[in-house]
Design a protein around this ligand. Sequence first.
Ligand code: SME
Length: 166
Amino acid sequence: MFTIETHSTGSLEESYQALNAQLAALLSGERDFICNASQFSAFVMQTVTDLNWSGFYFARGEELVLGPYVGKVACTRIPFGRGVCGKAALTLQTQRIEDVHAFDGHIACDAASASEVVIPVVVGGQLMAVFDMDSPKVGRFSDVDQAGLESFVATFIEATDFSWSI
Ligand code: SME
């Protein structure tokens, strides 16, 4: 499996497209939410460079509860509206934070984290989870990265059965 960095023959958009095809193949044949969320977290950590945390928080009532992830241990519950994850849950909008230290209310699980992207996982209009990525580099995520990572989440949603999870 190549990474965003090693797949340098084309543009960053093309790298994300190629990786998204690999992701679809990886998740094909399995629809379990926990299983696919675990594989997805590891796939992102393995293929997207300069990350120190990749994982899910599941929506449970009015708070987020830690789900499958790769990285250092993290806080277990985040109320909607708190931190970057809570803002993504409340607004249902992707949050891309250039410098987490400049974000009022950022929850620091790993002191090494410097930038962050959180993408809401919305199925049939309902928030199921948020997918969170941290980087030790300020400004790690460009708008191209955001679009590529959102396409990964769309593939995850397409591949997964959420019906039992709420
Ligand atoms: N930084 C997040 C908390 C989760 S950890 O990064 C894994 C936030 O501010 O919501």
